[in-house]
Design a binder for this molecule. Structure first.
Ligand code: PLP
Length: 384
């Protein structure tokens, strides 16, 4: 067994006494989830309008400091809407990192636009400001409509630098903050640094609505439009069904929002638990030869959504071996996503050199990161 796997097994089985499967990321429901969902069922308010949707949006606006939050059916729909609201349409080009979950690129495609891939920085795993600046300066073709930054595994990208570069080049900045609810950049919540941002509440995120997402913005008119477009562009009226343009049925149902309200009540606690787990991993891997735990930058406070171990050198075979050995011990690890420029549908998109992305793809192992409080008591594990 490789030393990395040996330490992981020791950590989960001996130090923490966990007996069952250790999931990569399991949701945790231990507050008002049942009560709020039951309330929807009892009152019949289960669908796309209801008090929990309003409450969920108000809670999100408060937590993130964004002026407005508009809840959607998932994070991909939220990101697509952010792009559409920024004016991205057929034939446009949008800069995105290649190191991301496929939804970032898909949202661009759903608008009829196409991606340009730029490399990430080694210290944040988010878009590299210097490379973005260079890319925008050198680009001589059709104007680039937007830049989407993604906060990888919850770690904020270098937002001040990226925002300044986008402003200087006259390009709209959008944040894919799907993974970074609870993460701060220079004391300010992610999702506040561009025109619009998208959140996800998929079952594997720090808090979940089952499936869900949200659009964040500080612009009241954009928020009004986001709500209108995601509600089939229905003109508000007590009984008439008038729609003034082609809209989308992207609103989050009340049932999901109810779950989300209860989950948001626990967000601070979950961030604390995740950060304590990261400290545990830091101790575990201290002094390990050939690999290190990925840590937040000094200006960030990460939610550590998914912990990541980075090999010093690319070694796809070793990444695979550790993941398989851990799986044999019922400990779920995983490699980073296949970079977008290697996927068949995005292979032909224009791209910069991507040396960091290429290397990270064969260096990174995600570690179990559920927000369960692992006390070292036997048998407590996250399920899933
Ligand atoms: C970076 C990133 N972007 C977008 C999404 C899309 O969110 P959803 O799964 O809610 O559509 C996710 C997560 O699933 C994600 O991790």
């Amino acid at each position: 067994m490789h030393e990395i796997t040996r330490r992981l097994v020791e950590f989960w089985r001996l130090t923490r006494g966990v007996e069952g499967t250790v999931p990569l990321h399991a949701p945790l429901f231990q507050g008002n989830e049942s009560a709020y969902v039951q309330d929807c069922i009892a009152t019949g308010w289960v669908s796309s309008v209801g008090a929990y949707v309003d409450r969920f949006e108000a809670m999100l606006a408060g937590i993130t400091g964004a002026g407005f939050a508009v809840a959607t059916v998932n994070g991909t729909a939220a990101l697509e809407m952010c792009l559409r609201l920024a004016g991205v349409g057929p034939g446009d080009e949008v800069v995105v990192p290649s190191l991301t979950f496929v939804a970032t690129a898909n949202a661009v495609g759903h608008c009829g636009a196409s991606c340009r891939f730029v490399d990430v920085a080694e210290d944040t795993l988010g878009l590299d400001p210097a490379r973005l600046d260079d890319h925008l300066a050198r680009h001589g073709g059709r104007p680039i409509k937007a830049v989407v930054v993604m906060h990888t595994f919850g770690h904020p990208a270098d937002l001040d630098a990226l925002a300044e570069i986008c402003a200087r080049h006259g390009v709209t900045l959008i944040e894919d903050a799907a993974e970074s609810l609870g993460s701060l950049y220079k004391g300010r919540h992610t999702g506040n640094h561009g025109l619009l941002a998208a959140l996800s509440f998929n079952g594997n995120k720090i808090v979940t609505t089952g499936g869900g997402g949200a659009i964040l913005t500080s612009d009241a008119e954009l928020a009004r439009r986001a709500k209108h477009l995601t509600t089939t562009a229905k003109v508000p009226h007590p009984y008439r069904f008038d729609h003034d343009e082609v809209g989308w049925n992207y609103r989050l149902p009340n049932l999901n929002a109810a779950l989300g309200c209860a989950q948001l009540e626990a967000l601070d606690e979950y961030v604390g638990r995740k950060r304590r787990l990261t400290e545990g991993y830091a101790d575990l891997f201290a002094g390990l030869d050939g690999a290190r735990l990925f840590r937040e930058t000094p200006e960030s406070r990460s939610n550590y959504w998914l912990n990541a171990l980075l090999l010093d050198r690319p070694d796809a075979a070793l990444v695979g071996r550790v993941i398989e050995q851990a799986a044999a011990a019922a400990i779920q690890c995983r490699p980073v996503w296949t970079p977008m420029h290697r996927l068949p549908m995005y292979r032909d998109c224009p791209r910069d050199d991507l040396p960091v992305t290429e290397a990270i793809a064969d260096r990174l192992i995600n570690l179990p990161s559920s927000p369960v409080e692992w006390q070292g008591t036997a048998g407590r594990e996250g399920g899933g």
